[in-house]
Design a protein around this ligand. Structure first.
Ligand code: AMP
Length: 282
């Protein structure tokens, strides 16, 4: 496994590999790897000749009051996990290497972002789309792997690949969870001890919503109310949003039908957690 820190070397390495006819699978991350990232890497390993993992805490997707400076980082541990997962190259650039002093061009996402995290984190998805455009150009993967834990991100990348004509197959990967249902996240380390136990209730609230739908409920207002009451009754977290839309378009629905997403964000003392469930209703 090689660690590459410059755009030039990454680019040249990929060109060499492609000249040999190798296919490239790409897993973009911000590091502090856990089983969710490992699942993405396993899929990439199984489906491609070469696997590239990027580790880059991207400043342009963090708001001014968000956790860019304190985002957990542990490169030594990440290297071990990546080597075990069979990664061929880790792309690990500095912020200066990626953005130089003052970038002149950025990507703006015009739809699928006025809801959920996009509404709560203005500019976040512009930052995500900008860095991914750069990474897609540098690494030119055949396939790129993204977790459904960040389902809105998957919807945005789907639009980015389509609108900017990237010749890349987007591969969504199911959310990896703890045994109690809590979605694995680098930010789970921020949870206080009593909050770790409460955090499992977020997934329970999604399961409750699914049960309600299975029983025949098609009213999103009723389901959001049920989830709100459940989370307020079982956790000390502050609900940031609980919303239901069509997926991946993220359009509002009065009556639930077709492929939908039920998504939530809840703020605990030091961690803001997100989770979601996608369902198809006939
Ligand atoms: P991050 O490092 O948090 O930016 O995540 C990098 C990639 O890993 C994104 O595509 C995430 O959606 C994905 N990911 C994060 N957590 C999970 C999880 N629990 N299960 C599956 N994928 C995940």
């Amino acid at each position: 496994m090689n660690i590459i820190t410059t755009v030039k070397e990454m680019h040249n390495t990929i060109i060499e590999q492609k000249q040999q006819g190798k296919t490239v699978g790409f897993v973009p991350t911000m590091g502090y790897l856990h089983e969710g990232h490992q699942q993405l890497l396993m899929n990439a390993r199984a489906q491609n000749d070469i696997v590239v993992l990027s580790i880059f805490v991207n400043p342009t997707q963090f708001g001014p009051n968000e956790d860019f400076d304190t985002y957990p980082r542990d490169m030594d541990r990440d290297e071990k996990i990546a080597a075990e997962a069979g990664v061929d190259y880790i792309f690990f650039p500095t912020v200066q290497e990626m953005y130089h002093d003052e970038p002149s061009v950025s990507v703006r996402v015009k739809s699928r972002t006025d809801v959920l995290c996009g509404r709560k984190r203005p500019g976040h998805f512009d930052g995500v789309a900008t860095v991914l455009t750069k990474l897609f150009n540098i690494i030119a993967p055949d396939k790129a792997y993204f977790g459904m834990k960040d389902a809105q991100q998957v919807a945005v990348v789907d639009a980015l690949v389509r609108d900017f004509n990237f010749n890349i197959q987007l591969v969504p990967v199911e959310t990896v969870r703890e045994e109690n249902g809590l979605a694995k996240s680098s930010r789970n380390v921020y949870l206080l001890e009593e909050e770790r136990d409460q955090a499992k209730e977020l997934y329970k609230s999604l399961e409750l919503a699914r049960e309600q739908i299975q029983k025949g409920s098609r009213n999103p207002v009723e389901i959001v109310k049920l989830m709100t009451e459940y989370i307020e009754g079982h956790t000390s977290g502050q609900i940031d949003y609980i919303e239901i839309y069509s997926y991946p378009e993220l359009s509002p629905l009065k009556h639930l039908t077709g492929k939908i997403i039920i998504a939530l964000a809840v703020k605990f003392t030091r961690a803001r957690l997100i989770d979601n469930m996608t369902l198809t209703i006939n």
